[in-house]
Design a protein around this ligand. Structure first.
Ligand code: 3E9
Ligand code: MG
Ligand code: MG
Ligand code: MG
Ligand code: MG
Length: 360
């Protein structure tokens, strides 16, 4: 299946130190022996350092490095324990392992999983989170890890039973099982600020975060479908969910693209509004979410993880500036239709600027 160029109104960018980050992430994976030797050999070819460098193009280099090493670690869990390992079909046993890992993240001094490479890597990541973040950011990182783990246990129960959830349940699972929320605290650490509590927990801010997670994971589903379907085992992505719901493969592709286009246009409007109305920290946070979205897109169309050169995926090489769906109506997905209740009506500040530009 050929994937057409996707809509993206966010400009691309990459941290100038991306090549150094890449080299050090490979060294980190080796030092901590993340994943089996075979999995690690694959992961270090996936340009995960460049991915982090695209997500944080102007971030503090040490935090870009932390993000890169953490994403490699996450793939050690997601590929190694969940999607390719036996634990991924045994939700109860998976929950037990993940609870122990969570204790290591929360209290790295506890004598648990002392010979386990993922626990060893996690202790190192926790020490660096403490070094670059506040106590509140470290606590949020742990609790977001918990919600990621909770969602992959749900996913494992579907994998074990060979079942496919409906669209609303899948959406709810996918807001967490792409590990996007665990990255959010790092966006702040990369620029050395902290959102103020009244902004941090505002429901419009959570809507913007969830919209960013939706676009990042829908894009991943569209761009990783070739890899996932081709692997031959159980796979779960939005295209499969839509096909199980009765759509053809072509209809599923255009429906998923329309959904992410509609959410992305709403995200841009909402984040413009929050940037204009909020504190300087809010402006930085919204810029961080946007870079996360765009960085995931640029990495998604270029990493050999998804292009799979030996059996080429039909991925686009660029993005378009026109959405296939810019409707302001809520998507008919029960779990998330509330988002449209917080998107401001009328043109966003950016749309207003463009409309009043001289010569128009
Ligand atoms: C992604 O879903 C799984 C995460 C654990 C990947 C770690 C990456 C991030 C936290 C950053 C951005 C999120 C993405 C790329 C979704 P999935 O479908 O298992 O990833 P895959 O690469 O196998 O398609
Ligand atoms: Mg060590
Ligand atoms: Mg996964
Ligand atoms: Mg995967
Ligand atoms: Mg995927």
């Amino acid at each position: 299946m050929i994937v057409p160029p996707l809509f993206s109104p966010i400009p691309p960018a990459i941290h100038p130190r991306h090549a150094d980050v890449e080299v050090r992430t490979t060294a980190w994976a080796e030092a901590h022996r993340i994943g089996s030797d075979e999995l690690r050999r694959r992961l270090v070819r996936h340009a995960i350092g460049s991915f982090a460098a695209r997500v944080m193009p102007a971030g503090r280099e040490e935090v870009v490095q932390l993000m890169a090493d953490f994403v490699l670690w996450l793939f050690g869990v997601d590929d190694g324990c969940c999607e390719e390992g036996d634990l991924g079909r045994r939700p109860g046993d998976l929950a037990e392992t993940l609870h122990r890992l969570l204790r290591v993240a929360q209290n790295p001094e506890v004598p648990l999983m002392l010979d386990d490479p993922l626990a060893d890597g996690l202790r190192d990541l926790r020490a660096r989170v403490d070094g670059y973040g506040t106590a509140g950011q470290a606590a949020r990182w742990v609790s977001h890890l918990r919600e990621y783990f909770f969602s992959v246990v749900w996913e494992a129960s579907h994998r074990g039973a060979g079942t496919v959830p409906g669209l609303s349940d899948y959406t709810l699972m996918r807001l967490y099982d792409g590990a996007t929320t665990v990255v959010f605290p790092l966006l702040e650490m990369a620029h050395g600020y902290e959102l103020q509590p009244h902004e941090r927990d505002h429901r419009a801010v959570r809507a913007a975060e969830e919209m960013a997670s939706f676009v990042i994971t829908w894009d991943n589903d569209i761009l990783s479908d070739h890899k996932e379907r081709g692997a031959g085992g159980y796979f779960l992505n939005v295209l499969r969910v839509l096909e199980e719901g009765g759509l053809t493969a072509g209809e599923a592709m255009s429906t998923a693209i329309a959904q992410r286009d509609r959410v992305l246009t709403a995200f841009v409007r909402l984040s413009d509004h929050l940037s204009a109305a909020g504190s300087p920290q809010m402006r930085q946070y919204m810029a961080g979410l946007r870079s996360f979205v765009r960085g995931s897109q640029d990495w998604g169309i270029s990493s050999v993880r998804y292009t799979t050169p030996d059996d080429p995926a039909g991925l686009p090489v660029a993005f378009t500036d026109t959405p296939t769906d810019d409707s302001r109506e809520p998507l008919p997905i029960e779990a998330v239709s509330w988002w449209w209740g917080v998107v401001p009506p009328g043109p966003s500040p950016v749309e207003r600027l463009v409309a009043t530009r001289p010569g128009r």
